[in-house]
Design a protein around this ligand. Structure first.
Ligand SMILES: [Zn+2]
Length: 180
């Protein structure tokens, strides 16, 4: 079973691992503690103390905080309950006319602004562009990843989290609260 060095995994994450070593890693069975090594690396790269339960993107993490599981940016900005689409709590720049979309797409590549919106989701804390989506007008923000953390920790890692919580998409509940 492969057991790659943490230093090599860091190089892989940073895009500086030499290609032959990348190929070797790709072809090898994944080392069983790769997840833990990865989380250890990203935990060591943030300035805050909350425990990372699962990385969502290079900038966003689900963390345990005061008995809750929330989404947190590497800068420290918190987006709230991880079961609510974090995009609702971000800054959203929408490109929905020809001039703004033409800054990205040229000529015949330009999508029809009558149909397509390009939404850029930005962290209010650090200004990092966290995600971009091209969707039909009126389409709700895509909730890209709602992991079942309790099943993952219990059945895949073999160490259940101490505070099981309901696994459900709470996004519509949050939107409902806006109108109260
Ligand atoms: Zn941030």
């Amino acid at each position: 079973m492969a057991d790659f060095l943490k230093a090599d995994i860091e190089k892989l994450m940073d895009g500086v691992l030499p290609w032959p070593a990348v190929q070797d890693m790709l072809k090898s069975p994944k080392d069983p503690n790769r997840f833990d090594k990865y989380v250890e690396i990203v935990q060591g790269r943030v300035d805050w103390k909350e425990r990372i339960l699962l990385p969502l993107t290079p900038a966003l993490f689900i963390v345990a905080k005061d008995g809750e599981r929330i989404v947190k940016c590497r800068c420290g900005h918190e987006f709230g309950d991880y079961r609510v689409n974090w995009k609702l709590a971000s800054l959203i720049h929408v490109r929905d006319d020809e001039a703004s979309i033409a800054e990205i797409y040229k000529g015949r590549e330009l999508p029809d602004p009558g149909w397509v919106q390009i939404r850029e989701y930005v962290c209010p804390g650090c200004g990092t562009q966290l995600e971009v989506e091209a969707v039909p007008r009126g389409c709700p923000p895509d909730f890209e990843f709602l992991p079942d953390l309790d099943t993952f920790y219990r059945d895949w890692l073999g160490r259940p989290l101490p505070d099981a919580c309901e696994y459900a998409d709470k996004t519509l509940d949050a939107i409902r609260d806006w109108s109260r």
